[in-house]
Write a protein that binds this ligand. Sequence first.
Ligand SMILES: [Fe+2]
Length: 267
Amino acid sequence: MIARSDKDSDLAVAAHRQPAVTQPPPMPDLAAALHRSRLSDPGLRADFARQGAFLCLDEFLSPETTSQVAASARSLIHQANRSYLPGHKQGGSVSRYTIERLAPFIAQLYRSQALIGLLEGICGDTLLPCPDDDPHAYALYYYTRPGDHIGWHYDTSYYDGRRYTLLIGVVDDSSCRLEYVLHTRDPDIPEESGSLQIAPGGLVFFDGDKLRHRITALEANEIRISLTFQYVTDPGMRPWWRFVSNMKDAVAYFGFRQLMRLRKGGA
Ligand SMILES: [Fe+2]
């Protein structure tokens, strides 16, 4: 498989078209950010279980917090590392390390106990943030060039425990769709296919090893940016799986420069 990874000048050009963010946005009131969320609805746990560890909600973040996240995401667009894996993936990614440095309120939201508690109520597991050396813990994904997409996959856990994905809509002026198949790992339940768009401020929450999914290709003059938070039930990882995970992240997402930073212990 041929892989290429580089900073894309198109992204830099696109960044200049966006309004410049000269001052970092203020830290959001996290309680307010989640206050209007329906995540505390007790029926969601049953929905999540019935759909094979999958849930989507149109409204999650408040409009104010959604706007802050979107402004930060647009300001970081020139930081995205673009990767091409023919037949599987094309697009840009910004890892937790860049977000931590330049958009720390997103990191704060990721670690919010209020948020984690709500997610635990839905999935029934005790959730932990990913270890500091996992660039996927919270990351932004940019679809900015026609054909940007990701093919069918699972968000496989290389950890000793389960890995849950919280996918948050940030910017979506696109025809891209999240297509998914439920119950693929349960032979006793018929598979169920679905397709949706995640509105800015909306979410999808799922067990990464159970949901087969893809993002369909971007068309011309479209843009889509999403934010993902990953949580685990056991942060342990065997050395071989650590190696596989690092190589996958370097090739498919964040580049080898990121990997080298990790080995040096920097960010
Ligand atoms: Fe995924």
